[in-house]
Design a protein. Structure first.
Length: 244
């Protein structure tokens, strides 16, 4: 019989002690009254899941006894109907997992500082419909609300832009200056700069050159499909690349 645990139980599967400790601290920072279970391998995770049914699983994709897509497949089979947040320092691997279209699975790159990662974890838990007790909303160090609530990239690398932002991006890729984009779209140059700032945030880039490069080399960005969040690195609102 399963042991009685607090309402919110998170299982962390990570074989790197430093990352495991960091994830535990992160979970306790984001969620109040949370019980954290830990496993260092997929085999250990199976033993834990035989005794407990956690609210959420956070799992590294590369473990000592299993790695990559096999980890994703096996864990989904072991934890039927449970939300799983996969983590990895390899974004290409995260994109491969995305193409599997696994149910109730999300992704979080091992990048970003503590507060950025806390924002990402909060978003993923919300998308997984996990009901729990939250701490106060996590803010950027500057005290501004996170752009995560507006949406950026999902596990497949897709970006959600408004219709007007899409038009700005397409003209940017065609080499138009801010003034030319403003004339084409009947906007003021300052409004164009505002749209560019938001585009940079959602793409996780810092200037127009990076935005154009990412757009051209990433098919899912070039099609500008709608999506949600999985990237971690936040754009903190510097002005680099907003002007011509």
């Amino acid at each position: 019989m399963n042991q009685a645990l607090p309402d919110t139980t998170v299982l962390i599967i990570e074989d790197h002690p430093l990352f495991a400790t960091g994830l535990r601290e992160l979970v306790n920072f984001v969620i109040t009254d949370c019980h954290v279970l830990q496993a260092e391998s997929l085999r250990d995770a199976g033993a834990v899941l035989s005794r407990h049914r956690p609210t959420l699983i956070i799992a590294a994709l590369n473990l000592g006894d299993c790695g990559g897509l096999e980890t994703a497949h096996r864990l989904v089979q072991m934890a039927i109907d449970l939300p799983i947040l996969f983590i990895s320092g390899d974004e290409a691997l995260l994109n491969e997992v995305a193409r599997l279209s696994l149910p109730r699975c999300f992704a979080m790159p091992k990048t970003g500082d503590f507060y950025q990662t806390a924002q990402m974890l909060t978003e993923c838990i919300s998308r997984a419909s996990v009901i729990t007790n939250w701490r106060a909303p996590v803010l950027h160090r500057q005290g501004r609300p996170s752009s995560l609530s507006r949406g950026r990239r999902d596990i497949g690398g897709r970006v959600h832009l408004t219709q007007k932002q899409t038009q700005v991006m397409q003209l940017l890729v065609n080499g138009l200056s801010n003034k030319e984009i403003a004339r084409q779209l009947s906007l003021s140059p300052e409004t164009v700069k505002t749209h560019l700032r938001e585009i940079f945030t959602r793409m996780n880039v810092r200037n127009r050159t990076q935005a154009v490069s990412l757009f051209k080399k990433t098919p899912s960005l070039a099609s500008l499909q709608e999506g949600s969040v999985s990237g971690l690195q936040s754009f903190d609102g510097d002005q680099d690349g907003l002007d011509d």
